[in-house]
Write a protein that binds this ligand. Structure first.
Ligand code: SF4
Length: 400
């Protein structure tokens, strides 16, 4: 273990008003309590508490932007090093996951459908199954995880973790229909007609955002979300240009290097990357190069043409040779379900519109996660979905 978890736990001051939790954690994980139980050799209690607050605790301990959240707010960080909270949480969640005692309430005889097995869908399915609902999850891919499996590389989040979640969810009696898209032969109305009391849509954001420049359809151009889905099938060549500078761009760059690319350059529009500091540093360590103040103009067979936005106001157009161009500027939701269900309204951003309870314009049909907000963080999807699971529970009990 790279960070000595016990030493880190011993450095925690057990703050009465913990900034790590109150200011830093979007799902308000009780961090001092987690550390206290851990130090008292009551790790199972800590794991139980973590799971109940955030069923995806093990995932969040690996993929959250901790430097901007819990660790970035730790009081220890003001004059020195923040507590390495993520390592402590990961140690606890990972070691205890198989031993968690999940006791679902007795069956209440009601069925709920979950469309999409990404972070939002997994959260809703687990919470409602624990409340005694019979849950069926519909997933277009062959395995669960959504963006966690098909959009985050193995070196950041091992897929074996998602397989462990699948096992845990099966233990809770959750049923899965893999390789099946709602919005094709079967629509939401079919689910409601079949007696599902409520339907949750957590289909994520899978449609790549386009750059909108000439050449984007050429054979040397790929979108990050498609590449990360299955990097093995792409032959990128030696020189790879990445357009975009967020965490997905770092994931793509580091994956391309691991798949044999010799020169990977991230072209940044301004002076700074938008990726987290940790991801940016790892990308540099892996050998990724960065070029700043480059605005894409068009893509050609030989590479990408940028305007060099020089500090002297000089705006020169220049070809930067590359064998492949990878575009990583975020995603928007696919519109398959929306096209199928005309009653589902969209919000001003073109995403699925919901009210404050997460209910869509179709009664009994709820939604959260990226399909509502556009691509956001895992923890944000879990935090909102937790609330929506409660709203779905209330709705179903009120409409018996
Ligand atoms: Fe411990 Fe830091 Fe949280 Fe204080 S802010 S309780 S020191 S982890």
């Amino acid at each position: 273990m790279s960070v000595h978890v016990i030493d880190e736990a011993n450095r925690c001051l057990q703050c009465p008003n913990p900034r790590c939790r109150e200011n830093g954690c979007p799902i308000h994980t009780n961090i001092p309590e987690m550390i206290r139980l851990f130090k008292e050799n009551r790790m199972m209690e800590a794991a139980q508490m973590l799971f109940e607050n955030n069923p995806l605790s093990m995932v969040c301990s690996l993929v959250c932007n901790h430097e901007n959240q819990c660790e970035g707010n730790c009081v220890r960080g003001i004059k020195g090093e923040s507590i390495h909270i993520s390592s402590i949480e990961n140690y606890i969640s990972d070691s205890c996951f198989e031993r968690l005692e999940l006791k679902p309430a007795p069956s209440n005889g009601m069925k709920a459908a979950v469309i999409g097995a990404g972070p939002a869908g997994i959260t809703i399915a687990i919470i409602l199954a624990l409340k005694g609902y019979s849950i069926t999850v519909f997933e277009t891919h062959d395995k669960i995880g959504g963006i966690l499996r098909y959009g985050i590389p193995e070196f950041r989040l091992p897929k074996s973790i998602l397989d462990r979640y699948y096992k845990k969810m099966r233990e809770l009696g959750i049923k899965f229909r893999p390789n099946f898209a709602i919005g094709g032969s079967t629509g939401i109305q079919d689910l409601l007609n079949d007696g599902y009391k409520s339907v949750f849509i957590g289909t994520g954001a899978w449609k790549p955002r386009k750059l909108g420049v000439p050449g984007e359809t050429f054979g040397n151009v790929f979108y990050a979300i498609n590449y990360l889905n299955n990097p093995d099938v792409y032959e990128l060549g030696d020189k790879v240009a990445i357009i975009g500078a967020g965490n997905a761009a770092m994931d793509v760059a580091r994956t391309a290097i691991r798949h044999g690319a010799k020169e990977v350059v991230v072209y940044v529009r301004g002076d700074e990357v938008s990726a987290s500091k940790a991801e940016f540093e790892y990308a540099k360590v892996d050998g990724v190069k960065f070029e700043y103040r480059k605005s894409i103009v068009r893509i050609v067979d030989e590479g990408a043409v940028f305007i060099d936005d020089g500090p002297d106001g000089d705006k020169t157009e220049r070809l930067y040779p590359a064998d492949s161009i990878l575009i990583a500027i975020s995603q928007v939701p696919q519109d398959r379900i929306v096209t199928h269900e005309k009653e589902l309204k969209l919000n001003e951003n073109g995403n699925l519109a919901t009210d404050s309870k997460g209910e869509t314009s179709l009664a009994g049909v709820f939604a959260s996660g990226d399909v509502v907000t556009g691509a956001k963080t895992v923890v944000a999807a879990v935090a909102v979905s937790k609330q929506i699971a409660e709203d779905m529970d209330r709705y179903m009990k009120a409409n018996l």
